[in-house]
Design a protein around this ligand. Structure first.
Ligand SMILES: [Zn+2]
Length: 116
């Protein structure tokens, strides 16, 4: 269960930040998830509800934002992001080269947490 281990890791990160801010309650968590990951938002919330039970993050809402993958051009070394949902071939927007490498591989990032 992919989502279960990931939501546990997210909870750990969130609780660590919440503790540092001396928060009493976590309300909202903004996650930036790579468009290339197969994480399902519905399951993420489901598992998060389960792993966060009894903690100050119980009932926090997960907000998921998809991020286009980042590429680096092998010819001019420009970096750029492009959504693979909108193109079928990745081309450098600076020099037009079709030789590009995927650079950012993180599946998800805890971008923001809202606490009180
Ligand atoms: Zn280029």
């Amino acid at each position: 269960m992919h989502e279960l281990s990931i939501t546990s890791a997210i909870l750990k990160t969130v609780l660590r930040h919440a503790r540092r801010q001396r928060a009493a309650r976590v309300h909202r968590i903004l996650l930036v998830v790579s468009e290339l990951s197969d994480l399902q938002p519905v399951w993420m919330q489901h598992y998060f509800d389960r792993v966060s039970r009894g903690s100050i993050a119980e009932r926090a809402r997960l907000e998921i934002e998809h991020q286009a993958p980042q590429f680096a051009c092998n010819d001019c070394s420009a970096g750029f992001a492009v959504s693979l949902r909108t193109v079928d071939r990745v081309v450098c927007p600076h020099c037009g080269s079709g030789s590009c490498t995927l650079t950012r591989r993180a599946d998800y990032i805890v971008e923001e947490i809202e606490v009180s």
